[in-house]
Design a protein around this ligand. Sequence first.
Ligand code: AMP
Ligand code: MG
Length: 355
Amino acid sequence: MELSRRSACLALLALALMSLVACRRARDPGAARQAGGLVRVRETRMPMGTYMTVTVYAPSEEAGQKAIDAAFARVEQVEAVISTWRKDSDASTLNRQAGGEPVRVDPRLIALLQRSVEVSRKTGGAFDITVGPLVKLYRRCFRRRRLPTDDELAAAGARMGYQAIEVDAQAGTARLAKEDMRVDFGAIGKGFVVDQAVAALRKAGITTALLDAGGDLFALGSPPGRDGWLIGVRNPARPDEILEQRLLVRDVAVATSGDYEQFVVIDGRRYSHIVDPRTGRPVKHMGSVTAIAGDATTADAYATACSVLGPKAAAAFANERLGVETLILYRTPEGHGTARSEGFDRFIAPDDVTP
Ligand code: AMP
Ligand code: MG
């Protein structure tokens, strides 16, 4: 059903997360501030084609900068292994060898493949890192303002299936059992990289930090004198606006998936860049899913998976799954609806907490 102009506006309230800290940066560039004897150090770089801001509290500016450098170095190392954009990565080698012999790969790729398959199993295939051929097919068709034919969908489907990912952790090898199949980590890789960067910060002795990779973030500890990191919820249609409801988080990851980032409208219907591998169809009616979990890999993967599962199934799923909470905004013919898992509210900041 076509959305009315008003409901379309409301639908655009689909939320994305943006740290208030990141907002403040614009007004307070490069600030290093004494707080509880700690210095705040912050840096934004652009690895993986996306902005990543690392904020740390450290005993000295030098120590903070060293930790940040270590975090970005780790990001680069991991990206060199898991990026399918880079021809020389282990992930690309694995893809090229699809249908052939097992390939020896970096342990981090093994870990990421295992996590990906685990999420696929737990979501009944709603999440699947072999979905690339379908995503590409839609992209090609959308450019021509058309939908794929059944034959095209069947051909893409034949190249997919997480069940055909074989991982032998002991041997340190992986194999894609179907010829022409490909993995890509668009829905989980950013979270994985954030977790790796957090590990690098911890190794450097940092206990208070915020890593924000545009839609995927991890809040480590809480800033001096605070109960957590205050996270603003922004209106993607008007990026300068922050909605009243904020999150107060510590030692958790927050990830948001949404069709406000990438979508196409054909004949009045709105289609998302997230597809349902079980049906071969793009997700409809979803505004955004915000997932909170103990680590960013999980939050990233479940934010995408819950977009596929749909509001009811996703909230029920989160309720059953200890440690994952979701906030879902979905489009309805009248405007938009909200579904929250039972435990989500404990992350909503009290009104009296100020930035
Ligand atoms: P995210 O922004 O984390 O939700 O990831 C979205 C990206 O993941 C898309 O651009 C696709 O490349 C890929 N993707 C789309 N649908 C799925 C799915 N059902 N499972 C896994 N990856 C997907
Ligand atoms: Mg994701």
